[in-house]
Design a protein around this ligand. Structure first.
Ligand code: FRU
Length: 902
C-alpha cells in the first residue's frame, strides 16, 4: 500500500474529526446593540439575555454599548453587520437617526429585532417590547382618581425623540382627556436621574404641583428628593408615579414609598433571545411581540421584590451551574480531543504497520529479484571470465605460435643471408650483383621485422632484461648514423650529425639503445622524400643527454600524434608492423628515460629522447660493471684486413659442432671446415661421447636439441675434470638475455645469437682459442721463470684452476722423489694417464712429463740462486736421476748449464 494513500487517509480522518468538532462548536452570533448600559433596567435586560442564552450552547452574544450616542450606535451596528451576525437586536437611542442603519442590516439579510424603542420604518423582522402607550394610558387612569379639581400635573419626560417617551406621554394625555380642569407642567430629563435633578433645580417648580408623572422610576425618585428638599410640607403627600419597576431601582422605591406607584416595563432580555432562536430555527415570527405591563403599588412591590430576590438566587445558581457545566464541557472536550488524537495515532499506527508489512513484502520480493539478478550477473561474470581466459589462452597460443614461427623463420633466414653475404662479396663483377643486393636488402629487412616481433614479444611478456654498461653514447649514435650513409647519398638526403660533446659515457643497454636509434633513424628515412634533410643531434645537458632525430619529411598528422607510440599503430599506413615506435618507447621507459615527438604537419618531425646520467636510477642487478667486451663491441669496427687475414688461415684446432638441424649443421660444417678440423654431433649425448674419444679444441653447440640440450651439455663438460678445459660457445635462436645469462652461468665461454654470420662465428672461435693459447703461454712462462706458485685458493675460479692447483700441490710433494712418475700422478688425481696428459696439455700446452721436468728445473733454479748446495746435491734434491741428465735438461730449457747459471 503506497505511503501516499496512508497519509491521505490520515489527513482525511483528522479533517473529519476537526470538522465534526467545528460543527459542534459552531455558535450563532447574536449582535446586541444597546443605546446605553449604565442603568439598572438595561443591566437587568442584559442579565436576562445571558441567562436565556445559557439554554442554547450554540449561541454567542456580542454586546455593543453606544453610551447614549447615535453616531456611535450607527457605527457599532455597521460593525455587527460586518461581523456577519446571524441575528441583530437593536435597542435604538433615538428613533430617526438609527432607522437607516437598522434598515441596512435588514436589507443585508440579517434578521433584525427591534426592542424597547422603535424606529421609523417597517424594515425589520420583529419588534419585541411593552406597549408604552398602554403604560402611559394606565398611568393616566391611575392619576385621574387621585387628582383634585384643577390640579397641576408635572410630567417628567424621558428622551423626547425616543418612542417610549412620546407614547407614554400620549397614552397619559389620552387617559386624562375628560379632565379639562387639569393643568400641566413638564421638564425633559432624557430618562436620567441626574438630569432630572438638574432640571428641577434649574427650573422654578410651582408650589401647586399636585401630581408628578415621571416616564421612568429613576426620574421619579429624583422628583421625590427635590420636593423633600424644597417643599417638605407636601413632599410626603405628593403623589409621584414612575415606570419600569425594576428590582434594584424603582421596585424598591415603590416598596419604601418614595414612589407611590409604578408600571412594569419588561426589559425583554429573555424574549429577544428566545425570539432570535426561533428565527434561527426558521420558525414563523410575528411582526410585533407585545409584553404586558402591570401596575405596582406599595402592596405588591414587596411581593415582587421577594420574587426578584428569588429570581436572583436562581440566576446565581444557574450561573454556578453554567460555570460547572462549562468546566465539564471543557474537560469533556479535552478528553474527546485526547481520545481523537489517540484514535488518530492508533489508526496511524495500524496503517503504518500495514504499510510496513506491505513494504516488507515488497522488499522481500525485490530482494528475491535482486538475488536472482545477482546470481545471473555472477553467472555471466563467470562466463565472461571463462571466455576471457579462453580468449587470453587463444591469444597467448596465437602469439606463441607467432613467436615460434618467427623463430623458425629466423633460422632459414640466416641460412639465406649468410651465403648471400658471401655471394655478394664474391660476385662484385657479376651481372647478378644488383639482384643479389636486392635479395640481401630484402632478406635483411625481413630479418629486422622478425627481430622486432621477437623483441616485442619479450617486452610484452616483461622478459626483456636490461644489461646496463658504461658506454659512449656519442660513438654509438655515430655508429648507427653511419649505417644509413649510403641510403642518404642514394636519395640525396642531407644527412648530418651534431654533438656538443666529443664523447659522453652513459649507463645504458647498448643493444636496446642501438635498436632505438636504428628505429628512429630508419623511420626518419621512411618519411623523408628525395633531397630532404635528416639530422641526428646529441646534446649533453646538466643531468641528462638528449638525442634528437629530426627530419623535414611529411610530419605527423596531429590527430594521430597521440597514438604513434601505441602498439600496432601504423600511422594510418598499411605497411609496417606498428611495433617499432612502441618498442622504442618501451626501451626508453626501461631506461627510465623520456621520449617525445615534435611535429609540424607537412613540414617534418623530430623525435627527442633523453637518458639520465649516472646509474642510480637502475636496479643493481641489471648493472654490468665490466667494460664491454672488445670482441662484442669491436667486432663491428674490426678492421676488414685483419679479419680477412684471420679467416684465410688454417688452424690445427678440432671444433665439435653440435646441432640437431641438419641444414644448419651441414652449413656450419661446410664453412668451418675451411679453417678448422671438424667433428659433428646431433645432440648433447652424442657430443659427450665424441669428447671422451677425441681431443676437442672447442665445442660449438646449439641450445635447443632433443636428447640433451646445449645447456646440459655445457654443464656436463664444465663439471668433468677431463674435459672442463674445453671452451664452449652456445649457438642459440633464443635472443633471450636470461637464457644467454643462464648459459654463461653454466660455464659457457661465449654465445652467438642466431641468425649468425659465419665470419662472426669463425672470428669468435679464433679469438676464443687464441685466448686459450695466450693463457697457456703465460702459464708456461711463469713456470719457466720459477714464479709458478700455487694459485691463491680464493682466486680459483673454475674446475680447471682447482685441478691445476691440485696437480701443482702434488708435484710440490713428490718432485724430490726420482722414482715418481706420471702414472703415479694420474692414480693420485683419479684420472687415466691419457686424460691427465690431454688435460695438462690443454691447460699448459705441454705434457705432464714435461711439466714435471720443468717444475723440477724451476725448483733447481731457486736452489742454484741460493748458492748453498752443489750441483749434484741439487740434482738429487729436485728428483733428477743423475747430474748429467739434470744438466742436459737444464740446458735444453734455459740454454745454459746449471753451473753457468749459478
Ligand atoms: C432605561 C429606560 C427606562 C425606560 C426605557 C425607555 O434606560 O430609561 O427607564 O423605561 O429606558 O426606553
Amino acid at each position: 500500500m503506497p505511503l501516499r494513500l496512508i497519509v491521505a487517509i490520515l489527513v482525511s480522518i483528522s479533517l473529519f474529526l476537526g470538522c465534526s468538532q467545528n460543527i459542534e462548536k459552531k455558535k450563532y452570533k447574536i449582535g446586541l446593540s444597546q443605546c446605553m448600559l449604565d442603568d439598572a433596567w438595561r443591566q437587568a435586560m442584559l442579565k436576562e439575555a445571558y441567562i436565556e442564552a445559557l439554554n442554547y450552547d450554540s449561541i454567542e452574544i456580542i454586546v455593543k454599548d453606544a453610551n447614549s450616542d447615535n453616531d456611535r450606535q450607527i457605527a457599532q451596528i455597521r460593525e455587527l453587520i460586518k461581523m456577519d451576525v446571524d441575528v441583530l437586536i437593536i435597542s435604538p437611542f433615538q428613533s430617526a437617526p438609527i432607522t437607516p442603519v437598522a434598515e441596512e442590516a435588514y436589507k443585508a439579510g440579517i434578521p433584525t429585532i427591534i426592542t424597547d424603542r422603535k424606529i421609523n420604518s417597517e424594515l425589520y423582522t420583529t419588534f419585541v417590547g411593552a406597549d408604552n402607550y398602554a403604560i402611559g394610558h394606565a398611568a393616566g387612569k391611575y392619576a385621574i382618581n387621585q387628582l383634585p379639581p384643577n390640579a397641576r400635573i408635572l410630567e417628567i419626560w424621558g428622551l423626547a425623540k425616543s418612542s417610549p417617551a412620546q407614547e407614554r406621554h400620549q397614552g397619559f394625555i389620552d387617559a386624562l382627556i375628560s379632565r379639562s380642569d387639569l393643568r400641566f407642567s413638564k421638564i425633559e430629563a432624557d430618562w436620567l436621574y441626574k438630569k432630572a435633578k438638574e432640571r428641577l433645580d434649574e427650573q422654578y417648580i410651582p408650589d401647586d404641583i399636585d401630581f408628578v408623572y415621571s416616564h421612568n422610576d429613576m426620574m421619579a425618585i429624583a422628583a421625590r428628593e427635590y420636593f423633600i428638599k424644597y417643599a417638605p410640607e407636601k413632599a410626603n403627600s405628593l403623589q409621584i408615579i414612575g415606570v419600569d419597576a425594576v428590582p434594584g431601582a424603582g421596585l424598591e422605591a415603590v416598596a419604601d414609598g418614595r414612589i407611590d406607584a409604578s408600571f412594569t416595563y419588561p426589559t425583554a432580555g429573555e424574549e429577544v433571545i428566545r425570539t432570535a432562536i426561533k428565527i434561527l430555527n426558521g420558525e414563523e415570527i410575528e411582526k410585533e411581540i407585545k409584553l404586558r405591563s402591570v401596575q405596582i403599588g406599595k402592596n405588591n412591590a414587596e411581593t415582587l421584590l421577594i420574587q426578584a430576590e428569588q429570581l436572583l438566587n436562581y440566576q446565581r445558581r444557574i450561573e454556578n451551574q453554567r460555570i460547572i457545566t462549562e468546566s465539564l464541557i471543557s474537560r469533556f472536550n479535552f478528553l474527546r480531543n485526547s481520545f481523537s488524537i489517540i484514535s488518530l495515532l492508533m489508526l496511524g499506527f495500524v496503517l503504518l504497520s500495514i504499510y510496513i508489512y506491505f513494504i516488507n513484502r515488497k522488499m522481500k520480493k525485490t530482494n528475491q529479484i535482486l538475488v536472482e539478478i545477482n546470481r545471473k550477473e555472477e553467472e555471466q561474470r563467470k562466463k565472461l571470465i571463462e571466455l576471457n581466459a579462453e580468449i587470453e589462452n587463444v591469444t597467448a597460443q596465437k602469439l606463441q605460435f607467432f613467436t615460434n614461427v618467427s623463430h623458425e623463420v629466423r633460422t632459414p633466414l640466416t641460412l639465406i643471408l649468410d651465403p648471400l653475404d658471401k655471394l655478394t662479396r664474391l660476385m662484385h663483377d657479376s651481372p647478378y650483383f644488383s639482384d643479389l643486393q636486392l635479395m640481401q636488402k630484402n632478406a635483411n629487412r625481413l630479418l629486422r621485422v622478425i627481430n622486432q616481433i621477437l623483441d616485442f614479444r619479450k617486452v610484452e611478456r616483461n622478459q626483456e632484461a636490461l644489461n646496463i654498461r658504461h658506454m659512449d653514447i656519442v660513438s654509438l649514435a655515430g655508429e648507427v648514423k653511419s649505417y644509413f650513409e649510403s641510403v642518404a647519398s642514394l636519395r640525396n638526403i642531407q644527412y648530418a650529425f651534431h654533438t656538443n660533446t666529443k664523447n659522453c659515457l652513459l649507463w645504458f643497454d647498448t643493444d636496446m639503445i642501438e635498436k632505438v636509434l636504428v628505429n628512429l633513424v630508419s623511420n626518419a628515412f621512411k618519411f623523408t622524400p628525395q633531397n630532404g634533410q635528416i639530422d641526428v643531434s646529441i646534446r649533453e645537458l646538466e643531468k641528462t643527454v638528449e638525442i634528437e632525430i629530426k627530419d623535414n619529411g611529411q610530419g605527423i598528422d596531429p590527430q594521430i600524434k597521440p597514438f604513434i607510440f601505441d602498439r600496432f599503430y601504423t600511422q594510418g599506413q598499411q605497411t609496417g608492423t606498428g611495433i617499432g615506435l612502441h618498442l622504442v618507447k618501451e626501451y626508453i621507459q626501461l631506461h627510465k628515460g623520456a621520449i617525445r615527438v615534435d611535429s609540424n604537419w607537412g613540414k617534418g618531425s623530430s623525435f627527442i629522447f633523453s637518458l639520465s646520467k649516472g646509474k642510480a636510477h637502475f636496479a643493481e642487478e641489471v648493472i654490468n660493471e665490466f667494460p664491454a667486451s672488445p670482441l662484442a663491441y669491436d667486432a663491428s669496427v674490426l678492421d676488414d684486413s685483419e679479419e680477412k687475414a684471420l679467416l684465410e688461415l688454417n688452424y690445427d684446432y678440432t671444433i665439435l659442432i653440435v646441432e640437431d638441424d641438419e641444414e644448419v649443421r651441414i652449413y656450419l660444417n661446410n664453412n668451418l671446415k675451411e679453417n678448422f678440423n671438424i667433428l659433428v654431433a646431433t645432440n648433447g649425448k652424442e657430443a659427450l661421447e665424441i669428447i671422451q674419444k677425441h681431443e676437442i679444441s672447442l665445442v660449438l653447440s646449439d641450445v635447443m636439441m632433443p636428447e640433451m640440450n646445449g645447456f646440459e651439455l655445457c654443464r656436463l663438460i664444465k663439471s668433468d675434470i677431463s674435459c672442463s678445459h674445453i671452451p664452449v660457445i652456445l649457438l642459440t635462436a633464443l635472443s633471450d638475455s636470461r637464457q644467454r645469462n643462464f648459459g654463461l652461468s653454466l660455464g659457457a665461454d661465449d654465445y652467438i645469437q642466431k641468425p649468425f654470420q659465419i665470419t662472426h662465428i669463425k672470428i669468435k672461435i679464433i679469438r676464443q682459442l687464441q685466448e686459450r693459447e695466450r693463457m697457456r703461454t703465460a702459464l708456461l712462462n711463469k713456470l719457466q721463470q720459477g714464479s709458478l706458485l700455487l694459485i691463491a685458493p680464493d682466486k680459483t675460479e673454475n674446475i680447471d684452476d682447482l685441478f691445476l692447483n691440485r696437480f701443482i700441490g702434488l708435484l710440490e710433494n713428490i718432485y724430490t722423489d726420482p722414482d715418481f712418475n706420471i702414472e703415479k700422478a694420474s692414480t693420485e688425481l683419479g684420472l687415466s694417464r691419457g686424460h691427465l696428459s690431454r688435460k695438462i696439455k690443454e691447460l699448459t700446452g705441454i705434457t705432464p712429463v714435461e711439466f714435471l721436468r720443468n717444475f723440477r728445473l724451476t725448483k733447481a733454479t731457486i736452489l742454484l740462486k741460493q748458492q748453498q748446495l752443489s750441483i749434484s746435491e741439487i740434482t738429487y734434491q729436485t728428483g733428477f736421476s743423475s747430474p748429467a741428465y739434470f744438466t742436459k735438461c737444464f740446458r735444453a730449457v734455459y740454454g745454459v748449464t746449471p753451473s753457468d747459471y749459478k
